[in-house]
Design a protein around this ligand. Structure first.
Ligand SMILES: [Zn+2]
Length: 206
């Protein structure tokens, strides 16, 4: 074990585990989280810390770029996590948590290395962000003072929300008011969150 693991795990067992022993015991057989977070693999994002959430409260799935792929035709771990969260755990809310300076969104503006493809899987996965890139480029075309990276991050959140609405079992729950969807953009430096407002179609500080 490296130092981080050894010291970190020892501290966790001494403090957090001791203080929450009963909670861990109560969670040993099942989980009943009400909120699902879909966020980026980025090491700077820690949803449980950000929301002061205890184990058992958040069902979290992470991928490069906090992407929700279309319901069809591809299938993968993100779709499987959403399916399980909604159809088995009966999650009440899904939050897409995107963030500032997202490497996945910035990667969309790098020149592709056709002769030396170091990131074939990343490149393929990030095809999911192309609609967000196009929407951002359109906005910057109209107003060049806008930050294309931030716009791509935010449009990527909106695209993911739209795609969630394509999932038939989510459509059913939305119609029956059994689930809510939210899109958050986190500023890494200030830890301030902007929430996507569906009526004004703007991100508004929480
Ligand atoms: Zn990211």
């Amino acid at each position: 074990m490296d130092k981080l693991q050894k010291v970190g795990y020892t501290n966790f067992m001494k403090k957090y585990f001791q203080e929450n022993k009963e909670l861990f015991h109560s969670l040993s057989n099942s989980q009943k989280p009400e909120t699902m977070i879909i966020t980026c693999s980025d090491s700077r994002i820690n949803p449980s810390m950000l929301l002061d959430a205890k184990p058992g409260e958040l069902f979290i799935t992470r991928n490069i770029g906090n992407v929700v792929p279309s319901y069809q035709p591809t299938k993968g771990s993100t779709q499987a996590a959403i399916e399980y969260a909604v159809n088995i755990l009966n999650i009440k809310k899904i939050v897409i948590l995107g963030h500032s300076n997202c490497g996945a969104c910035a990667h969309m503006y790098h020149e592709p290395q056709a002769n030396d493809p170091k990131l074939p899987h990343v490149d393929e996965w990030l095809q999911n962000i192309i609609p967000a890139k196009s929407a951002a480029m359109l906005e910057v075309h109209a107003d060049q003072s806008k930050n294309i990276f931030e716009l791509t991050e935010k449009h990527n959140i909106i695209t993911s929300l739209q795609r969630l609405m394509e999932y038939p079992y989510i459509q059913n729950r939305l119609i029956n008011d059994m689930i809510s969807l939210e899109g958050w953009w986190l500023d890494i430096a200030s830890e301030e969150i902007e929430n996507y407002d569906f009526s004004s179609r703007h991100f508004i500080a929480i």
